[in-house]
Design a protein around this ligand. Structure first.
Ligand code: GLU
Length: 450
């Protein structure tokens, strides 16, 4: 039985900086973080950088950047490499007390080592209760006298993890299920060292859309790529939390604080979760829609500094609302800008006659008369009444009685030059009265010479 004095919760995320981490890896961080916060505990990050051949500073920086961007703030940050002295001391202790021994072995290759430190297997049966999997029992005999260090200053992963978790007071080990098979070895080491056993929660795999394990090799994106693609961190955290977990209700949209309040390890599913890009885009759109207009514009401006088109859109409620309706990510706007899809807000188009004619109204003369009527009604509006709503009201009756397409299509094309664009009222509001009248008049001139 665990003792009944409540210990405060400490969870950890222990990435190896040997590559960029993908969403599946950060889901582990999200769960460990939410669990700690849900219990007013501590969340620690330990960079497992002892594999000096494969660990790189740039990967470590990427991991720390991603965690900070996601808002998974840690209470302490450790580097496994700075614990080498402690590992060495405890390896000596285990050898001295007879739980481990230095084993002289024939080298596998000519330059190979001749000595390793092996754990003396007590040949017992270990049972641990995984919060997600239930009880797991393993006969340790099969593990043999496994290696715990290549030398006193080079512990293997199992040894270092056990020591570092115990020293940091980790109470809950929340990690991927690929570590389940490591757990019995780690428990043996822990028992030999006299350390308390943490609670284990091994998370089911995260699969990609092809239903195989999500991996960088198969194209899973690094989380920082989503940042660059204009996803919101709160949407990523919300989405990752929902991969393999749900609150037991239909709620899908959560702020980080709401996740903390709703989270429990027991509700993590034991079947694999699937990383669904489309769902992530949808969640991102919902979070984008939750932003205030000011916050939304700030992000646009940060992503596109001193872009007069962004200023123009930001100044028009209708143009901004239209854009907000369309975007699933901020990166989509970057693409639209690159393709000139919104240039009509700033640059006068030169549509040709064919483009101006609605398919059911092939007469340039009649189309021209509609544009003149629109131009007249809108010219009569005061500058301050040039809002999408009032512009619409001003010509709606006319459009209804002459056929909406016949009137609105040429008006829209006169303003945008494009087959597809926001409605003419939105464009007119954004470009203002003077420019609207110029564009309508010039379309009339084009039709005149047809
Ligand atoms: N460093 C290990 C990894 O990246 C995690 C170790 C652990 O969580 O116990 O897979």
């Amino acid at each position: 039985m665990k003792n009944s004095t409540p210990t405060s919760v400490v969870s950890r995320f222990a990435p190896s900086p040997t590559g960029m981490l993908h969403g599946g890896n950060y889901r582990t961080a999200v769960f460990a973080y939410l669990f700690a916060r849900a219990h007013a505990g501590r969340f620690i990050v330990r960079i497992e950088d002892t594999d000096t051949a494969r660990s790189k500073k740039e990967y470590e920086e990427n991991i720390l950047d991603a965690l900070a961007w996601l808002g998974l703030e840690h209470d302490a940050l450790y580097h496994q490499s700075s614990h080498v002295k402690r590992h060495e001391e405890l390896l000596h202790m285990l050898v001295e007390k007879g739980s481990a021994y230095v084993s002289t072995e024939a080298p596998k290759d000519p330059g190979g080592r001749t000595e390793v430190i092996r754990f003396k297997n007590p040949h017992t049966s270990i049972t641990f209760t995984d919060v997600i999997r239930g009880p797991i029992t393993v006969d340790t005999t099969d593990l043999g006298d496994f290696v715990i260090a290549r030398s006193f200053t080079e512990p293997v992963f199992h040894f270092a993890v056990v020591v570092d978790d115990a020293d940091a007071g980790v109470t809950h080990v929340i990690r991927g299920e690929d570590h389940i098979s490591n757990t019995p070895r780690q428990i043996l080491i822990m028992e030999a060292l006299g350390f308390a056993r943490p609670v284990y929660a091994h998370l089911p795999l995260v699969l990609g859309s092809d239903r195989t394990k999500l991996s960088k090799r198969k194209g899973a994106r690094a989380v920082t790529e989503y940042r660059d693609m204009g996803y919101l961190p709160e949407a990523i955290v919300n989405y990752l939390a929902m991969v393999g977990w749900n609150p037991g209700t239909d709620q899908e949209l959560f702020t980080k604080e709401e996740l903390v309040a709703a989270f429990s390890l027991e509700k993590i599913q034991s079947s694999p979760g699937v990383f669904d890009e489309e769902k992530l885009r949808w969640i991102n759109k919902q979070h984008m829609q939750r932003l205030s207009d000011d916050a939304f514009i700030d992000i646009l401006k940060n992503r596109h500094p001193s872009n007069s088109l962004i200023d123009a859109i930001g100044a028009s409620a209708a143009a901004l609302a239209d854009l907000r309706e369309r975007l699933h990510t901020f990166g989509e706007l970057t693409d639209m800008l690159a393709h000139g899809e919104l240039d009509f807000y700033r640059t006068r188009p030169t549509p040709n006659t064919a483009a101006l004619l609605w398919k059911k109204e092939p007469s340039p003369q009649i189309t021209q008369s509609h544009l003149r009527a629109v131009c007249e009604s809108w010219s009569a509006l005061a500058e301050t009444d040039f809002t999408a709503e009032k512009l619409k009201t001003a010509i709606w009756e006319y459009a209804e009685s002459n056929g909406r397409g016949n009137v609105l299509w040429p008006t829209r094309v006169a303003l945008s030059g494009l087959d597809r664009s926001p409605d003419p009222f939105t464009i007119a509001e954004c470009i203002g009265k003077a420019e609207t009248i110029i564009r309508l008049t010039s379309a009339c001139t084009i039709l005149q010479s047809a």
